[in-house]
Design a protein. Structure first.
Length: 364
């Protein structure tokens, strides 16, 4: 293989796909990029067997496909001066990269060993704006479980139904849900996307523009964005009935200024138990008392003004869960829907009905 390319033209696509490169060296080939000529374009691919990301570059390389160490290639490109031209040539199982007065020789592995995803049989698809999709995932993905034995919680549930795309995540202690509209009728699909794939997809969306095409098959989700193709295996399992978790009929509402509450929680949490992160919220008429203490007998207390006219309710939470929700809500105020000491808390923005957050209480 042989080609010339500007540093910046190569740098962006390999930065977009490098997250798929396997860090744990289970197979040497998984730490490599596959470089190949597809219809007169350079296509660079990375995979970890669960996730495959390809980026197309608008140059026509000469010769056959090769694989080359991914992170090493990225580090070399990042270290070279801006505006440099890179000259690649392949011979004797080595890829030589020349740029200015620098020369690098990288080991290659046969392209035939690179495990590409076999033909994905698409049976449904939808088109959605990139900003909509990015916001949907960003506002919910923080609640995904981490290495839970209930494997179906270690990912993000996407549901496409009657022109609405919904994302739901839960770790059993909290739940986040967000909706957005798209132009398609007749779809009824629910899939669970693994956590690593969600995180990598977010990174790619952040640097992309325009529309995103989501394509669904029995075992895979594929996304096409500009010059990037993203394919992930799905988690094979049934997502819990999340609608049952969302409280209905909570009769007491506290309207709170978001930034004031967030700052107060962050200050008070300094003296919370480092392991359990418990914090006590005590609601009184038009005021909220926030308290924390730790095994060293240290205490923090703060009172803030709220718009509340219900009975006195005292309830404990993991403060990190509350801060995560407040970080994802963009409005100036939030509404807390309460019932009693033992019931979960529903948090919504007064500006939109399309985002809902549920946090379970904890005993203090």
């Amino acid at each position: 293989m042989k080609f010339k390319i500007q540093r910046e033209v190569l740098l962006k696509p390999i930065q977009q796909i490098v997250g798929a490169v396997e860090r744990r060296q289970t197979m040497p080939i998984l730490s490599n990029f596959l470089l190949r000529n597809v219809n007169g374009h350079l296509v660079i691919t990375a995979t970890d067997l669960e996730l495959e990301v390809s980026a197309m570059v608008d140059i026509a390389p000469e010769g056959d496909a090769i694989t080359v160490p991914g992170r090493k290639l990225l580090d070399i490109c990042k270290s070279l001066p801006e505006g440099n031209e890179l000259n690649f040539s392949h011979h004797d199982n080595k890829l030589e990269l020349k740029s200015g007065k620098s020369r690098f020789t990288l080991a290659t592995l046969p392209a035939s060993e690179f495990p590409l995803v076999d033909g994905v049989e698409i049976d449904e698809s939808l088109l959605i704006d990139k900003e909509q999709l990015h916001s949907l995932i960003e506002d919910t993905s923080f609640a995904m479980a981490q290495q839970d034995v209930r494997y179906y919680l270690n990912g993000l549930m996407l549901e496409a139904k009657e022109g609405m795309l919904r994302a739901v995540a839960t770790d059993g202690h909290r739940l986040s849900m967000a909706d957005t509209q798209f132009d398609a009728d007749g779809m009824d699909r629910q899939v669970i996307v693994p956590k690593k794939a969600v995180q990598e997809f977010m990174r790619i969306l952040a640097t992309s523009e325009g529309k995103v095409e989501l394509l669904f098959s029995q075992n895979h989700l594929q996304a096409n964005l500009n010059n990037v193709r993203f394919v992930t295996k799905l988690i094979d399992g049934k997502f819990p009935d999340y609608q049952r978790v969302i409280p209905e009929g909570h009769q007491y509402i506290a309207g709170i200024e978001r930034d004031t509450l967030r700052a107060s929680l962050m200050r008070t949490s300094i003296l919370s138990n480092e392991k359990y992160r418990g914090i006590r919220l005590s609601f009184f008429k038009n005021s909220l008392k926030i308290q924390a203490h730790n095994p060293e007998q240290e205490e923090a207390e703060e009172v803030i003004d709220v718009n509340y006219d219900g009975p006195e309710i005292e309830i404990g939470f993991n403060v990190s869960y509350l801060i995560d929700v407040l970080n994802s809500i963009k409005s100036e105020a939030v509404n807390f829907y309460l019932q009693d000491t033992n019931s979960s808390l529903l948090i919504v923005s007064p500006d939109t009905e399309h985002r809902k957050y549920v946090v379970m209480p904890m005993r203090l």
